[in-house]
Design a protein around this ligand. Structure first.
Ligand SMILES: *[C@@H]1O[C@H](CO)[C@@H](O)[C@H](O)[C@H]1NC(C)=O
Ligand SMILES: *[C@@H]1O[C@H](CO)[C@@H](O)[C@H](O)[C@H]1NC(C)=O
Ligand SMILES: *[C@@H]1O[C@H](CO)[C@@H](O)[C@H](O)[C@H]1NC(C)=O
Ligand SMILES: *[C@@H]1O[C@H](CO)[C@@H](O)[C@H](O)[C@H]1NC(C)=O
Ligand SMILES: *[C@@H]1O[C@H](CO)[C@@H](O)[C@H](O)[C@H]1NC(C)=O
Length: 489
């Protein structure tokens, strides 16, 4: 997710007091449809399928089905663009999305710098919320629907931020959304959170922002702003939530009265981060602090799933789930960190002294994976060594390694694995390695990027998490990966 301030769609409590850079979460649009070859050193990517897949369906009958089982609730996840407007100009859209992704990453990085520079600052460590049930969030690119106060709300799923919010009536300033605005007066179970309440004090404490009660001494106000000018502001409130068929009483969320930014047509955002007010934390009693998702490719018309609770028996994984340690950084309590111990490409292990020494975070709200520059350099060089002989194409936005594959029907792509503590090897799906900047395949780019500074923290973006079951266990502090085909069509 995002470290810091989440972008547009990502709100983060942390971002409340961070000087705001903005982050925008971008949506990964292009996705390659390919053969899910596994186990070999190479995977075959069928390029022709891509064109067909990009002829998007414009009618999307039932965007957000969900179902519940005994121990788990399953929400279907769609790529954010799937249920919104039809795409007209792919190239332009890609560019927009990559740019907003870059804004998000910059914001995260600046947030990290702030956290580190504050060091052992007493106030900041006080601002931490108990690590117990890690919480977390993410997404900007994927959406799901839940019932809040008796009505359906479609939200961006973000593991990089904490507060869940919806645009609310009466609205001072709202962006256009697909569903009608949430109207608290139509929900008998809606309750404002008062300033004097512990919940409001927690918010104030957590964000270090005073004056939360400033302009209305009765209600608790929240305010999140982003460096790019995106923000949400409104009343902290509670209402009943139904996730799948599981009811959650008195869920605390933001009733946004003034909202602006790149939230697409979603009604708001679901925060699955690790700190106190995230959905994960608030529902720990119900779901045990465990959730997982499988993100479908943008070109799949079917859905992936977000599972809250122990959904082991509902996963469709066809490789065993392997768990690594989920690391925490008290100065950045929202994020999920991992220990990257190595990377292999086509069976060749990359060598870099920083493996095992640097944490990186996993975020559903960042699109393109970012690696520290030294690692990215060896990565790119080995990839080019193995993926050779293809005509080059110009760089595309932050993607600097591009090819003209328009003369090919299919290509073999070296298998890329990221290694983590406990000998966990996460294999990036073949659809997550190349980014189709042009749908005729004349500009297809390696879908990873380098950070600008060795001190910045790497991020595993959602483009690389497709067709993978990613399991977050905030109780046991483990994070699991397994190969799964998220969408059956
Ligand atoms: C709300 O969403 C559920 C699940 O997708 C759907 O069955 C139901 O018809 C929706 N209700 C309304 C009023 O749209
Ligand atoms: C504070 O909010 C309450 C409830 O929305 C409203 O009735 C009241 O007029 C507001 N007070 C001020 C000073 O805005
Ligand atoms: C989840 O459920 C499976 C099967 O019922 C069980 O083996 C496993 O221990 C459970 N995991 C957790 C973390 O509760
Ligand atoms: C990360 O992995 C390396 C190599 O296994 C190990 O030496 C290091 O202690 C690990 N760091 C953390 C924070 O677990
Ligand atoms: C890409 O390659 C094809 C043939 O392989 C060629 O016809 C076309 O002009 C190239 N496109 C660009 C933009 O270079």
């Amino acid at each position: 997710m995002s470290l810091l301030l989440l972008p547009v769609f990502l709100l983060s409590l942390l971002s409340l007091h961070a000087p705001p850079p903005a982050t925008a979460t971008a949506t990964a649009i292009a996705a390659a449809t390919g053969v899910h070859g596994y186990g070999g050193d190479k995977q075959v990517l069928t390029l022709n399928k891509f064109k067909q897949a990009t002829q998007l369906q414009t009618n999307t009958p039932n965007c957000f089905p969900q179902r519940s089982k005994k121990s788990a609730t399953i929400l279907e996840l769609y790529h954010r663009d799937y249920c919104s407007r039809p795409r007209s100009d792919w190239n332009q859209r890609f560019l927009e999305h990559l740019l907003s992704d870059q804004i998000r990453v910059r914001s995260l990085q600046s947030r990290i710098k702030i956290a580190f520079s504050k060091g052992s600052d007493q106030e900041l460590s006080q601002a931490q919320i108990p690590i117990t049930s890690g919480a977390k969030l993410q997404t900007l690119n994927y959406i799901t629907t839940i019932r809040l106060g008796g009505r359906n709300v479609t939200l961006i799923v973000d593991t990089g931020s904490d507060i869940t919010w919806v645009q609310c009536q009466p609205c001072g300033s709202c962006y256009n959304q697909q569903e009608p605005l949430f109207n608290p007066s139509e929900s008998p179970s809606y309750k404002p959170i008062f300033c004097k309440s512990t919940t409001c004090q927690n918010l104030e404490y957590a964000t270090g922002k005073s004056g939360i009660c400033g302009f209305n001494s009765t209600n608790c106000n929240y305010y999140v702003s982003y460096g790019d000018g995106s923000y949400t502001q409104g009343d902290l409130a509670s209402d009943d939530l139904v996730i799948g068929t599981v009811p959650i009483k008195g869920f605390v969320f933001g009733c946004g009265r003034v909202n602006s930014g790149l939230f697409g047509g979603a009604s708001g955002l679901m925060g699955l981060g690790r700190s106190l007010l995230s959905l994960v934390s608030q529902t720990t009693d119900v779901f045990g602090g465990i959730f997982s998702y499988c993100l479908p490719s943008a070109t799949d018309s079917g859905s992936g799933s977000l599972i809250l609770g122990n959904g082991t028996s509902d996963y469709k994984n066809f490789s065993p789930i392997s768990y690594t340690n989920m690391l925490s950084n008290p100065m950045m309590p929202t994020f999920y960190f991992l220990n990257l111990t190595g990377i292999s490409i086509g069976g060749v292990s990359l060598q870099d002294p920083s493996f095992g020494k640097k944490e990186l975070l996993i975020d559903s709200g960042t699109v393109i994976t970012r690696l520290p520059p030294s690692i990215y350099d060896v990565f790119k060089s080995e990839f080019l060594n193995q993926f050779s002989g293809f005509p080059k194409a110009p760089a595309f936005s932050i993607l600097d390694t591009c090819f003209n594959l328009s003369g090919y029907k299919e290509v073999e792509i070296p298998t890329i694995k990221m290694h983590f503590t406990n000998d966990v090897k996460f294999t990036i799906d073949v659809s997550g390695i190349l980014y189709f900047a042009k749908s005729d395949a004349s500009q297809v780019c390696l879908a990873l990027a380098g950070l600008s500074d060795e001190e910045e923290i790497g991020i595993i973006g959602n483009y690389q998490q497709k067709n993978t079951r990613v399991v977050y266990n905030t109780k046991e502090l483990t994070l699991g990966f397994a190969k799964e085909t998220c969408s059956s069509d």
